[in-house]
Design a protein around this ligand. Structure first.
Ligand code: ATP
Ligand code: MG
Length: 442
């Protein structure tokens, strides 16, 4: 498989591009160099790993399409290098470049770019025809690709017989039939209806799981970016202002531009349990006995502790009252005291899916890793706090927002509204904890 590198790349359209680059390198901005040309891309450095889905986003005119066109050699950088695997696109001959473009990179466009008088199959097979693949193999590969995108029955149809979403699938099938390592998608789903668009996103994610292509995906839509991208680059006025995972960009936006960009995103679908979990207040070892568990609860001033075994695998919880009774009865282990009915979530669970368990749980929701080990816990207050964008998470003192955050029951969507949900036992029941401590010491 093939990765991509962009090293100090500039693209200036206009009469004196080199002069513009010189000035940009000296610190001039896009507007400053207008007299010499339009600086579409300024000093871009990107390292896109093989098999990665890399999303580029930014406002209209920020340079996204120019950047992606340099990745397949359609445009030549004014300065800097684009490396596709080991090939420096600026250093290869014209015929080598053509061959690289046919065999290594496919592009999927926003407006399908289908040939209207050719069948769906021929459209899908088109890049193979350019590669000189013989007819039988073309047909076979095109049909396989159409099958992959759910259009196996449509090979003999003409494009106008298909809906917009289906036509875009043909565009995708065409890229898949070419079987290139790299897939470039410029606003590929932007013209589709929201529901169809979501279907296409799901399909791309599913295909990507088995195909493992290197995908560069351009979009205006932040939710799409965060849904699809392993990493996201945010462009502004020709410059790449931040590169990171969606979580990194959401929780630490590089500047106000990025912060504004991410303000509207549905954070609960992007952030995962691992990004907000905290260290549990009290953890008891299953082999440690009720007395030790009680001491842990006392030190943490909580009324229950999470119980783990030797390998830190979560077994459940133990409550102070049960531990006290067991201590009185002379019991030496926690066996029989462990309540394993608490729902846990995995480190990768999106926050949107943590609300239900949080509503039902008397304790912060335990988070486990892929081996079932206790990785952390999510108190309800943290869950609610995580929904507030980073740039507004510290409202000025005395504003009602701060009060609402502290009293979650005031909001409609608050999981604490669920009937029969006691307050957070680890923080709200210190008296129970203290009483039992005295009993144990006595
Ligand atoms: N061939 C060209 N000649 C002159 N200027 C160009 C050319 N292509 C792009 N530009 C300019 O370069 C800048 C970046 O354009 P580009 O198309 O890369 O932006 P974009 O981020 O893809 O925008 P959009 O979201 O609208 O597609 C814009 O100011 C555009 O007008
Ligand atoms: Mg564009």
């Amino acid at each position: 498989m093939t990765g991509l590198r962009v090293e100090g790349v500039y693209k200036v359209f206009g009469r004196r591009p080199n002069e513009a680059v010189k000035r940009l390198r000296d610190g001039a901005g896009r507007e400053d160099v207008r007299p010499w040309g339009t600086a579409a891309v300024i000093d871009a450095d990107l390292d896109i790993a093989s098999g990665e889905t890399f999303v580029v986003m930014g406002l209209s005119g920020s340079g996204k399409s120019t950047l992606i066109r340099m990745l397949n050699g359609l445009l030549k950088p004014t300065a800097g290098r684009v490396l596709l695997g080991d090939d420096d696109l600026g250093a290869v001959s014209a015929s080598q470049l053509r061959s690289i473009r046919q065999r290594k990179v496919s592009m999927v466009f926003q407006h399908f770019a289908l040939l209207p008088h050719r069948t769906v199959r021929d459209n899908a097979a088109y890049p193979l025809a350019l590669q000189g693949v013989d007819k039988a193999e073309r047909r076979q590969k095109a049909d396989e690709a159409l099958e992959m995108v759910g259009l196996g029955q449509w090979g003999d149809s003409l494009p106008h017989e298909l809906s917009g979403g289906m036509r875009q699938r043909v565009g995708l099938a065409r890229a898949l039939a070419a079987d290139t390592d790299i897939l470039l998608m410029d606003e590929a789903f932007s013209a589709l209806d929201p529901l169809i668009r979501r279907e296409m996103q799901d399909q791309l994610l599913e295909l990507q799981q088995t195909l493992g292509k290197t995908i560069v995906f351009i979009t205006h839509d932040l939710n799409e970016a965060m849904y699809l991208g392993d990493r996201i680059a945010v462009m502004r006025d020709g410059r790449v202002v931040q590169v990171g995972t969606s979580e990194q960009i959401l929780s630490a936006p590089a500047d106000d531009y990025v912060a504004q960009f991410v303000a509207d995103v549905d954070r609960t679908r992007v952030l995962t349990a691992s990004s907000v979990m905290r260290r549990p207040a009290a953890v008891a070892f299953a082999g440690g006995g009720p007395r030790l568990a009680l001491r842990t609860m006392r030190d943490a001033q909580v009324a229950a502790a999470y119980v783990v075994d030797r390998s830190r695998v979560l077994r459940g919880i133990v409550r102070d009252a049960d531990a006290v009774a067991a201590t009185r009865a002379g019991q030496e282990t926690l066996e029989g005291l462990i309540d394993d009915s608490l729902t846990s979530v995995s480190v990768d669970t999106p926050l949107a899916e943590v609300f239900a368990p949080a509503a039902e749980s008397p304790l912060p929701v335990p988070v486990t890793d892929d081996k079932g080990r206790l990785a952390g816990v999510i108190p309800r207050a943290i869950l609610l706090e995580a929904m507030v964008p980073a740039d507004t998470s510290t409202p000025p003192k005395g504003t009602p927002t701060a009060d609402q955050a502290a009293v979650p029951a005031a909001t409609d969507t608050d999981p604490a509204d669920a009937p029969g949900t006691p307050a957070d036992a680890t923080t709200a029941a210190p008296s129970a904890g203290r009483a039992t401590d005295q009993e144990v010491r006595a």
